[in-house]
Design a protein around this ligand. Sequence first.
Ligand SMILES: [Zn+2]
Length: 456
Amino acid sequence: MEISFHGAAEGVTGSCHMITCAGKKILIDCGMFQGGHELNEDNAEPFGFDPRQIDVLLLTHAHLDHCGRIPLLVKQGFRGEIICTAATRDLARLVMLDSAHLHEEEAKRRRRHGKGSEPLYDTMDAFDAMDRFGRNADYDKPIHLGRHITATFVDAGHILGSASILLELEEEGHKRRVLFSGDLGPDERPLLSDNQAPSDIDIVVIETTYGDRDHRPLNASVDEFYDAIRDAQERGGNIIIPTFALERAQELLFYLREGMERKEIPDTLHVFLDSPMAISATQIFRRHPEAMRTDVERMLNSGQDPFQLPNLRFTRESHESMALNRIRSGAILMAGSGMCTGGRVRHHLRHNLAHSDCSVIFVGFAAKGTLARIIVDGARSVRLWGKEIPVKARIHTINGFSAHAGRSELLAWHRQAGKPEITFLVHGEQEEKESFAKALKHTRVEMPKLHQSYKI
Ligand SMILES: [Zn+2]
């Protein structure tokens, strides 16, 4: 039996791990490397294995850094079955199609600049990838992958449909229980159940994105969010919220609805979800009550819509989005991208940043070098489409809305798994991994390198 690591080994993106057992090769995730480099470079590198020899791909969740290389895997000959939860399947389709479109656009741009290059994969490749999706996994119900191999998906509480995956393996009488965390969510999210870990695990593979620190409490962040909205509303201008399309946008709609119902914020505010991807994702959320907390599931099943507000509009078409530029006050504009690196939010910033009665509320992580980070760090002006725009709007930064478990929650999850013989740390920067490793007890800790393999 063997385990090997082909992504998210030295870094946080590109998750891709492989188990070899009883003549079968099983892949866990096949994600995109993101950030820093040209879109295609790291991702176009060989996988480190032959995609034609993989029997099964188990997908923990639909974030791009976990599913983004699936169309490439299929393009290079993978003909096995992809298994994930029903919600992940729907979200992964959206994410892969969006990614294919971006790669096509990038290839067009390069061609215009005389650098001929094919897209990493295109829309047809994403459709081919969809044909490989087979059985849907229900939480906690084992799925047989072969005579001696079973996979059980367990709720990871990270985004809709997300799972940790338990593999029960046997080879020549040697039995192993191997648990892959996927990405783990923090406790007490508004839409999702808390993460869970099965017990008596021999081998753990755990993400360590926030292995070195805890987040601010969520309740305090929600209060801060309402404060920021009230403050902005009193000053009269628009409120821009740069937002990620998956989970964060739906959580914010949920909080806005609750805030309006509890009269924390006025229900007269006009809210625009100005992101085709977030709109499609919200529709997928509505279709999957089974993947949410029981109270939200009950709401949806009784015909109530947890994402509906009195004055909410979905602006999918670009002419509708452009019309928003004419609104001068009283609107909440939610648009991507979350870090303002592209997308419609940049247009809204261009039209609102220079007005002192407007506000921008940042509710997510902003990586160094991104426009979001530049504004958060207090820039007096920013450059958009060649024009210098002064930053006069009030800037709020709210930090507690993470989709990732903090250090204490990761440790609690690991404790639940028992006293594993080996714990592999992945999906974290070196610093986070080292800090987390020091806190782990009763286990041997390994920090695998890219393409490194271990006998287990
Ligand atoms: Zn994730």
